[in-house]
Design a protein around this ligand. Structure first.
Ligand code: MG
Length: 466
């Protein structure tokens, strides 16, 4: 007796003992490769190019919105100070961050003092441009960060650098400027804002629209103070930085105050540990912050892609400069963050919805009739109001590619009933097995309907009685 028939006999016995409505669960256990759950995936085919999909970002009220005006929160990684971790400023590393970590954005942190840009402008600028070019090629966003605690003392250098960047890249939607990483304990009104006004003015003369992130006093924590006297330019976000083991609810309250005053925030740098960049990894506060940032749709970059021996570094010492990291190459922080960037990307790109009531779709796969059958039966389904648009509002397409196939209990494809593009509507497809050698038993039929905007699948059981 062959294996399939034995499985089938066992199944028939089992179905006699257990409630047959439990068959889905049973089948899932018997064969994981047979997808028998109903699910919706939004546009998995379109997940490749983030920037193509979300386009030119803008600020609308206290939110970052995509090219269609829908709020969007980016998730990604900050590289470490360019003068000390330049080895990760390469194409392969950025590609790995996009493909394996699902980063939507990478922050290139150009060190200014301490042997950085002020000392080696050509060298450091070249590293930044390598990252910008990679991000553009790979279709993700890139933050060009003037990584400085005293930028107001380097205003002319910053202006000339950002003018060059704006001239070269200001017409690409990928680029985000960050003009002052972390001012220290200096006045917003008298020090940081005048600096920002001056740098932004020069950028805006060249690039009228790309986002500019402006640092705030006290290591980019005083977002509420900046919100009291914001810049008058368009498309400005204020930097909110935190380290989870040091900055907690009090800083979230400041952030809420700033948001309530109507300014947009961008968490261009945050760490899982103490503000020193090392010490205690505060898992509880990481989760509190994560929830806060998700709820407020705050974009973030985690600090940092580095293999330095410190808690905030995502990589263990010696991790390859060109990506390809396995789990063992990641620190605890790296591992936590990677799971977050991947989950976020999945949630917005391949969004799986289980609650049908929230879906704008009208579809149904009907039970075949007659069932059990021999030799003929009918497969019916309804595909109405199939989304022509992506959740982001981006145009999808009206036609739906439909396939309806029959499988045996171990997931082998046996027959194709439908495999074509259909307009939304109600359908019935007759099917006959009169010339087939299929034996009596339980089979499955799976409907898959995909537009550019979404994919719907549903699987039901049919019984052949000869
Ligand atoms: Mg522009």
């Amino acid at each position: 007796m062959n294996k399939k028939i034995r499985v089938m006999i066992i199944l028939i016995i089992l179905f006699g003992i257990f409630d047959i409505t439990d068959f889905k669960e049973l089948m899932a256990q018997l064969n994981k490769q047979t997808d028998i759950s109903k699910s919706i995936y939004y546009s998995p085919a379109d997940s490749g190019n983030i920037v193509e999909r979300f386009g030119q970002l803008q600020i609308d009220g206290n939110k970052i919105v995509d090219k269609n005006g829908n709020p969007i929160a980016l998730r990604g990684m900050s590289l470490f100070w360019s003068q000390w971790m330049g080895k990760y400023y390469n194409y392969d590393c950025i590609e790995w961050l996009r493909d394996d970590w699902k980063c939507m954005v990478v922050r290139a942190a150009m060190g200014i003092e301490s042997g950085g840009y002020l000392t080696n402008p050509v060298l450091e600028k070249a590293k930044i441009k390598t990252v910008i070019d990679a991000c553009i090629d790979l279709g993700i966003y890139v933050i060009v960060d003037w990584h400085d605690h005293n930028a107001h003392n380097h205003r002319d250098e910053a202006i000339s650098f950002f003018k060059e960047i704006a001239n070269e890249y200001g017409n690409t939607p990928n680029l985000i400027y960050e003009i002052y990483n972390e001012p220290q304990q200096v006045s917003w009104l008298n020090v940081v804002k005048p600096y920002a006004d001056s740098v932004v003015k020069h950028i805006r003369e060249i690039d009228p629209d790309n986002l500019i992130i402006v640092g705030t006093p006290t290591w980019s924590q005083d977002v509420d103070i900046a919100a009291n006297n914001p810049l008058t330019y368009e498309n400005i976000a204020y930097a909110l930085h935190f380290y989870a083991a040091t900055h907690k609810q009090q800083l979230r309250n400041k952030a809420t105050n700033a948001l309530n005053k109507g300014v947009a925030l961008f968490v261009s740098e945050w760490g899982t540990c103490e503000s020193s960049g090392t010490g205690f990894l505060d898992s509880l506060e990481v989760e509190n912050w994560s929830k806060f940032m998700d709820a407020n749709k705050l974009s973030w970059c985690n600090w940092s892609i580095a293999d330095k021996e410190e808690t905030s570094a995502a990589l263990k010492p010696g991790a390859n400069a060109y990506g390809g990291w396995i789990e063992l190459d990641l620190t605890q922080s790296g591992s936590i963050i990677k799971s977050k960037t991947v989950a976020w990307s999945d949630s917005i790109l391949n969004r799986v919805e289980n609650d049908k009531s929230e879906l704008p779709l009208d579809f149904e796969l009907y039970q075949n009739y007659p069932n059990p059958f021999n030799p003929s039966t009918n497969f019916g389904f309804r595909i109405l109001d199939f989304p022509a648009n992506l959740p982001t509002g981006q145009a999808g397409g009206a036609d739906v590619f439909v396939s309806l196939k029959i499988y045996d209990v171990i997931g082998n494809e046996l027959a194709t009933v439908v495999n074509e593009e259909l307009a939304p509507g109600e359908y019935n497809f007759p099917f006959s097995i009169s010339h087939s050698s299929l034996s009596s038993g339980i089979y499955f039929y799976k409907l898959s309907a995909s537009s550019r905007a979404a994919t719907f699948t549903d699987t039901k059981k049919l019984v052949l009685l000869k």
